[in-house]
Unconditional design. Sequence first.
Length: 94
Amino acid sequence: MITVTLHYYNMLRRLTGLAREPLELPEGVDVVVALRSLADRHGPAFAELLFSPSGGLAPHLVIFVNDQLVVPGAPVPALADGDKVKLLPAISGG
């Protein structure tokens, strides 16, 4: 098992009431598996900010793993023990 730390921003922080939280995962999983686990933990409103209706990652979600941008559509490496995952739902408005 590995433990990663999730850092929440904007609406995700408001929904969870947390700035960050640890998440224990099996070795070899990627960030998408981690996010599905979080969606199960935090409920439908949280899941809607992470995933599109088709089940893919939401296009407005910006993800960093250890300060490296996770590029949509690019291969996602497995998470490692101690990784820091930052989740930033993009905000628009005027």
